[in-house]
Design a protein around this ligand. Structure first.
Ligand SMILES: NC(=O)c1ccc[n+]([C@@H]2O[C@H](COP(=O)([O-])OP(=O)(O)OC[C@H]3O[C@@H](n4cnc5c(N)ncnc54)[C@H](OP(=O)(O)O)[C@@H]3O)[C@@H](O)[C@H]2O)c1
Length: 263
């Protein structure tokens, strides 16, 4: 049966940024598809809420406090996952983000922070995880949560867009390095209703974003989780190095920020 190919039975997955939003949505979907989960973020209270959803789906959950910006925390995350579950099949590099800001007001520090948070942390964790996937499971899958902002040019997105473009490009590079053992894919996410978006959303902005999106909607975390489940499952065993768009058909950003010399 084709739907059986989308199951993750017996797999162990790490999801970073699993305390809320897209990370929680992916972790919950993976548990429903049969995986055990190592849940990583800084807020343990939020991770516990996600863990309750994983356990309600009948799967095991490890809650691991982890700041992805700290190398030692990444090492502890991998060690704790292996100690708890004895194997590792899937990694989702989801923790990331950076608020949009005009280029001339983006500091060196903010620019470098965006690169480290969105790209370097995913590189470091992938580098730690891949040998363990091969050793304990014979191979596996890495999924990077990128953004349509890493594909379309727009004013105000120099730090975030450049960082997500690098994450998307790194996806293809690592897919070549790790084939045929480990597949590496990414999702170019569009606007999805999470706390990160809600904090910036006014009713007018929401109307404008929907109007500028060809499918006339803001996505839900389940829209990303469905694609993540496919890419991490045997149904995608012939897919690697891809950046799959889940963004309502955007061919430009649905948020217009001022240019440096407007007005
Ligand atoms: N929502 C959208 O519209 C959208 C669009 C395109 C791309 N994306 C991408 O999707 C991903 C998730 O975004 P989201 O909207 O779901 O964000 P969110 O709702 O703000 O959730 C972010 C998650 O990441 C965790 N996190 C933040 N900083 C961390 C750190 N240093 N170390 C470990 N975990 C950390 C947060 O927990 P703690 O704060 O407790 O650590 C939380 O669990 C990001 O990579 C983002 O760029 C989102």
């Amino acid at each position: 049966m084709i739907l059986d190919h989308f199951r993750l039975d017996g797999q162990v997955a790490i999801v970073t940024g699993a305390g809320r939003g897209i990370g929680r949505g992916i972790a919950t979907a993976f548990a429903e598809a049969g995986a055990d989960l190592a849940l990583a973020a800084r807020s343990v209270a939020e991770l516990e809420e996600t863990a309750a959803k994983v356990r309600a789906a009948g799967r095991r959950a490890l809650v691991q406090r982890c700041d992805v910006m700290q190398r030692a925390d990444l090492e502890k995350l991998v060690d704790a996952t292996l100690a708890a579950f004895g194997r590792l099949d899937t990694l989702v590099n989801n923790a990331g983000g950076s608020p949009p800001k005009p280029a001339l007001r983006t500091s060196e520090r903010a620019f470098e922070h965006a690169l480290r948070f969105n790209v370097t942390t995913a590189f470091l964790l992938t580098r730690l995880v891949v040998p363990q996937m091969v050793r304990t499971a014979g191979g596996g899958s890495v999924l990077n949560i990128s953004s349509v902002a890493g594909r379309e040019f727009a004013p105000g997105f120099v730090a975030y867009g450049t960082a997500k473009a690098a994450l998307s490009f790194m996806t293809g590079e690592l897919a070549q390095d790790f084939a045929p053992k480990v597949r590496v894919n990414a999702i170019a996410v569009g606007s999805v209703r999470t706390k990160a978006l809600a904090d910036a959303l006014t009713p007018e902005l929401e109307r404008e974003m929907i109007e500028r999106t060809p499918l006339r909607m803001i996505g839900e975390v389940e829209d990303i989780a469905a694609c993540a489940t496919w890419l991490s499952s045997p149904a995608a065993r012939f897919v690697t190095g891809e950046v799959v768009g889940v963004n309502g058909g955007l061919v430009g950003l649905n948020m217009a920020l001022p240019r440096a010399f407007d007005g």
